[in-house]
Structures are given as structure tokens and as C-alpha cells.
Design a protein. Sequence first.
Length: 135
Amino acid sequence: MTVLKPPFNEETARATVQRAQDLWNARDASVIPGEYTVDTKWRYRDAFLTGRDAILPFLEGRWPIQQDYVLRKHLWSYVGDRVSVRFECEWRHGETGQCYRTFGNEHWEFDADGLCSVLDLSANDVPIQPGEQIL
């Protein structure tokens, strides 16, 4: 998958969103940090991370909890070096077995090389019953 560089147009913004969806659904935590700048800043719900080196341990701690994970991202808006998405995902808690549907928004800012320098994510989890999955 090719990293696309800003400024984004509709085609490249949509391709960037699809790339992110594909990478997160692949669930290979070792690949994700390479998509971000060395000094990236994340707000991922209530977690605040600084630097590429913080991403892998964060994902390795979080992803075992989110089993049977399916994510869909949708382009919301874009301008210059910024892209915003709406997303939903479904997953099963690895310890409790409770299923969830998560809804949220992400705002991304990219450097000139197409690496994400800022990720700002807000999300809400809604408990669902097994069999209520729609993704």
C-alpha cells in the first residue's frame, strides 16, 4: 500500500481512509507505528501518547482485549494536510466476552511525507448481544 502525501483531494483522502481501515483490520501492531511520525501525538480516547515508540506497547496492551474486531471508516472531510473520519467497529471483550459496537470520530494531520503527525480520536462503546453484529 502506497502512502499518499498531502495536500489531499477527494480521491487521495478516500484512499488514505481505506488504507487506514485495512491496516487496522489486519491487526498487525508491528506495522502501525511506521505510519506515524517519530514525534506523533495521539489522543486515543483517554490515552495520550507522544512519539512513535509509544504506539506499539499501547496497541499490544489494547488489542488482546478487543477480539473479533471489525472496523469501518468513512471519510467525513478533508482539507490540505488534514482528514477527518467517522467510524464504527464491533468487537468482543477478551476477558468478559461482552460484545460492543463502538462509534467515533478521528481527526488526522499529516506531514509532507504522508505520515500521520496527529491522531485525535473520540469514541463511545455500546454493549450489544451476540448475534447483533452488523459489520
